[in-house]
Design a protein around this ligand. Structure first.
Ligand code: ADP
Ligand code: MG
Length: 215
């Protein structure tokens, strides 16, 4: 289980992560849409299913050589295929993260956490939101913090952050038009962000198994 301590991973790991995200958003599409129908316009599941399907399709057709390039490609696909707010926001997250990773062949968990930190900052800048505004940032910010410790901590922090959006009043995005009526519902974007980090943890666990199997 060296990956949390000393492991490094290459482009293939990031591709497996994004494939796991595509699977997760597809599996959870109905739930995400249900959440978005309560405080939005009921398209979050469809938006992300379409976006991540395009991501995996492009990665399969034109596999990038480095982790940074994988994330940059994924970010571009999300921006160009998702019409809703979440497309440019998730697209910016991945594109900026990829840019920050640069063109190294391998990255560590710590480097990924660092780079995702810059991606999350770009999301905050683009959307003008901060933690507590009932957006994806409520899951993303604690997740990146947790990732400095472990993949499992990132996953748990994201899930906790998503749940913590329930009592909040939305101050950004479509849900903010509802004012007080947004209280009592879990934010769809924070929920999908938790899926991203659950998929990352699962990919890391599978990677540890692969590494052990190979040695
Ligand atoms: P749309 O709101 O355009 O229909 P989606 O339904 O795909 O887009 O995504 C909605 C999610 O996007 C929200 O649940 C929220 O988490 C996130 N979001 C919306 N606006 C912002 C913003 N300004 N900053 C951060 N996240 C945002
Ligand atoms: Mg929506």
């Amino acid at each position: 289980m060296g990956i949390d301590m000393t492991g490094t991973f290459g482009a293939d790991f990031l591709v497996r992560w994004l494939a796991a995200v595509a699977e997760a958003v597809d599996r959870e599409a109905e739930h995400l849409t249900e959440l978005d129908s309560a405080i939005g316009d009921a398209d979050h599941g469809a938006n992300l299913t379409r976006g991540f399907a395009a991501v995996t399709e492009t990665l399969a057709k034109e596999p990038p050589a480095t982790p940074g390039a994988v994330l940059a490609s994924a970010g571009r696909q999300l921006i160009s295929t998702v019409g809703g707010a979440s497309g440019p926001l998730y697209g910016t997250l991945l594109r900026r993260t990829g840019k920050t990773l640069g063109d190294g062949d391998r990255v560590t968990r710590e480097q990924l956490a660092e780079a995702l930190g810059s991606g999350v900052a770009a999301v905050a800048q683009l959307g003008g939101a901060q933690v507590g505004d009932k957006t994806m940032l409520d899951a993303l910010v604690p997740a990146v913090q947790g990732l400095r410790e472990s993949f499992a901590a990132a996953r748990a922090a994201a899930e906790e952050g998503a749940l913590a959006t329930v009592p909040l009043r939305a101050r950004k995005g479509r849900a903010s038009y509802l004012g007080e009526r947004s209280v009592g519902h879990q934010d769809p974007g924070a929920t999908s962000s938790a899926l991203l980090f659950a998929a990352l943890d699962e990919t890391a666990l599978a990677e540890a198994g692969r590494t052990e199997g190979a040695s």
